[in-house]
Design a protein around this ligand. Structure first.
Ligand SMILES: CCC/C=C/C(=O)SCCNC(=O)CCNC(=O)[C@H](O)C(C)(C)COP(=O)([O-])OP(=O)([O-])OC[C@H]1O[C@@H](n2cnc3c(N)ncnc32)[C@H](O)[C@@H]1OP(=O)([O-])[O-]
Ligand SMILES: NC(=O)C1=CN([C@@H]2O[C@H](COP(=O)(O)OP(=O)(O)OC[C@H]3O[C@@H](n4cnc5c(N)ncnc54)[C@H](OP(=O)(O)O)[C@@H]3O)[C@@H](O)[C@H]2O)C=CC1
Length: 319
């Protein structure tokens, strides 16, 4: 199982004047004891691609049985086969998390396969850059429905089943730092992620008495080969893949991070396996940011303002 940003992180470091943050430990290793998740069932939405697949992989390496759920069956099946190669059992369930009936079916399928999942990773989300004034009502609705409502529906179903069974559980919501800062050009996604962040804080308190933890986990820039064309296009604007393969290293992206490197997907996976582990039982309502301090970045001198329209190469509104 590959981890797209890995080689980039290691190979480029010696060519820079400053070292940046050290490269992560090798793919396939873990700080947690072998077998930490033996007998556990972990449900990851959007577990067939990108960061969701990387998170699922780290749970699988530690012994978990996996359930991955998203809309596109072909991608789910390919990921299932890849993840099964890590040793554990994997079930892929097609599901649109916006639909409460489909959400119920995912949990039924999981229960039938391995039992009620003890860990839910709400990773599925939707996003594309668009100036707010150009955003159609349906574009807004699609992103908010998938990212915020879908996360709520999955979390609600998870909690209802655990409350009925009297069993503990752990929820991890994958967020984005523009929940706090705002996200010009991503107004829909930033608003939805702010809602997801709020759910972490509300539900952690509401459900702690029942033994259910709810935490947030925020990735920094972690490029991977499954990125949508819209998101890839956005990275191209920041750092054209000149002279590189489209999925290959992009040194220009590294140079834009305080860490002088982008994140490797496994770094997010490791954080997820820690948050849901027996070593993090008193951590709830917390959001862990794995982004090399990029979200706190400020310059001594403010850069010139460039509108979202200009950044996206769009002419004046209405023309
Ligand atoms: C950057 C770092 C942070 C990263 C965070 C992430 O989340 S990365 C994770 C990123 N991963 C993902 O996002 C994965 C999942 N994403 C997806 O499946 C699609 O991107 C989806 C969100 C559009 C949902 O699909 P769907 O089948 O439910 O919907 P649909 O196709 O029917 O479109 C609905 C409406 O949206 C409109 N619209 C669409 N694109 C654009 C655009 N570029 N511009 C403007 N508008 C656009 C479209 O025209 C339509 O409006 P209309 O015309 O009816 O008024
Ligand atoms: N990559 C990055 O640098 C960053 C990512 N993030 C967050 O990390 C998470 C993963 O992002 P990333 O891996 O990059 O993105 P991907 O586009 O690879 O993953 C999104 C996943 O969500 C699934 N999905 C989308 N809509 C639905 C739906 N309606 N029902 C069920 N599943 C759905 C998709 O599968 P399918 O199409 O089959 O439904 C896909 O597997 C997201 O929450 C994102 O916001 C945050 C900051 C930075």
């Amino acid at each position: 199982m590959t981890d797209d940003a890995t080689d980039d992180v290691t190979d480029d470091a010696h060519e820079r004047a400053l070292p940046g943050l050290p490269a992560p430990a090798p793919l396939g290793t873990s700080a947690l004891p072998e077998g930490t998740y033996d007998g556990a069932v972990v449900l990851v939405t959007g577990g067939g691609t990108g960061l969701g697949k990387a998170i699922a992989a780290e749970f699988a390496r530690l012994g978990a049985d996996l359930v991955i759920a998203s809309r596109k069956e072909d991608r789910l099946k390919a990921a299932r086969d890849e993840l099964a190669g890590l040793g554990g059992r994997v079930t892929a369930v097609p599901c649109d998390i916006r639909d409460p009936e489909r959400v119920t079916e995912v949990f039924d399928a999981a229960r039938q396969a391995y039992g009620l999942p003890g860990v839910l990773v709400n990773n599925a989300a939707a996003n594309f850059p668009v100036p707010a004034e150009d955003m159609s009502p349906n574009a807004w609705r699609s992103v908010v429905d998938i990212t915020l409502t879908g996360t709520f529906l999955m979390t609600r179903e998870f909690a209802r089943r655990h409350l009925a069974a009297g069993s503990p559980g752990s929820v991890i919501n994958i967020g984005a730092s523009y929940a706090w800062t705002g996200g010009p050009g991503f107004a829909h996604s930033a608003a939805a992620k702010a809602g997801v962040q709020s759910l972490v804080e509300s539900l952690a308190v509401e459900w702690a008495p029942y033994g259910i933890q709810v935490n947030g986990l925020v990735p920094g820039l972690m490029p991977h080969q499954d990125m949508t064309a819209d998101i890839r296009g956005n990275l191209d604007r920041a750092a054209p893949a000149r002279g590189h393969e489209p999925d290959g290293p992009r040194r220009e992206l590294d140079a834009r991070q305080p860490a002088l490197r982008v994140g490797a997907p496994r770094e997010l996976g490791w954080a997820a396996t820690f948050l849901a582990s027996p070593y993090a039982r008193f951590i709830t309502g917390h959001t862990l940011v794995v982004d090399g301090a990029n979200w706190q970045r400020r310059g001594l001198v403010s850069p010139e303002v460039v509108t979202v329209r200009e950044q996206m190469g769009r002419g004046p509104f209405g023309e």
